[in-house]
Write a protein of this length. Sequence first.
Length: 366
Amino acid sequence: MASCKQLYNPPEIRQNPGFLVVDGALHVGADSSVILLSRTRNLDSLSSVPESQAKILVMDQSGQSYPLTEQSIGRYVCSSLNLNYNALYQLKINTIDGREYLSDTFHAIQTPPIDSIVWRQDSVGVSIYVNATGTQNDSRYYRWDYVETWKYQTAFQSLYEYVNGQVVYRAPDNQIYFCWKDFASTDIVIGSTSKLSANVLSKKLVAVVPAGSEKISIKYSINLKQYGISKEAYEYWQNVKKNTEQLGTLFDAQPSQLTGNIHCTTNEAEPVIGFISASTVQQKRIFISNKEVNPWYYQRYYNDCYYTFGDRILITQDQAEEYIGKPGHLWVLIAERGGVYDIVQLFCGDCREHGGVNKPPAFWQN
């Protein structure tokens, strides 16, 4: 009890070697291919280190190449890749400091279609599953990612706005009561039928919406993308999953070095983090409404708007300019009562303050 504790900072925390990280996949066909390049960072650093001004090419053995263009810092995109399934390809990266990186050769893989997406409500929440059927010649290894989109509302509906010194009805195309929010998956979701007699996936769990989540407060959608991958890619992602998601107890797998299929040709001893593969993309979208999962006792983000003192006040016309007519204002007008105006804090009356947008996406079903 009387002993001293001494802070220990291992040198590895700050001795960052700056290894290249290659994150992404090549999509055959009209789907855009995106590769993110970055450098490893210190363990005590929260900001990423994107690798800019690199040159990235997808090359085949005949010498034909497809460039990826840097759209934003560290983000490289090719709008379409018409790859031949019988040809061998490599990814080549030249960084601004003169180093060259080259992947092992790989084939483009044709991904089996998604048969259906099903869901089930239980005590955990809503579990979402995928069913898929491939032929005997298709890949038996799969990877999935998805984008969730959901509609939500704020506490109070703003029927009026303050424009050029006047209170006017809020235009329908500028409503701020309902918003839509997106979230791209970060979990590593992989599966395999290699030990099955048939290339059939049945009710493979791909996502879970926790019970009480705001995501199904009104309506929720998930767009699932499925990729066929090689056995080597499957083993790589399985290793990444163990290193990032399944550590923390005595019985979990021990961390191990990630060995991908990309190598530095200018310095063979330099490790490179990442695995590149190419495949077609199969995708399917489903919607789940709040009516389908009732009871769904979700925690509203704006609950404090009903109870916190001062969240809703009345002002006169003379005060309107001060509260809602200046740039950076913190209040929003919700109602007019014969010359007296009802205003609430932005967080309680403008759904955009919660991170969403007030225009529905093109695919949305009302």
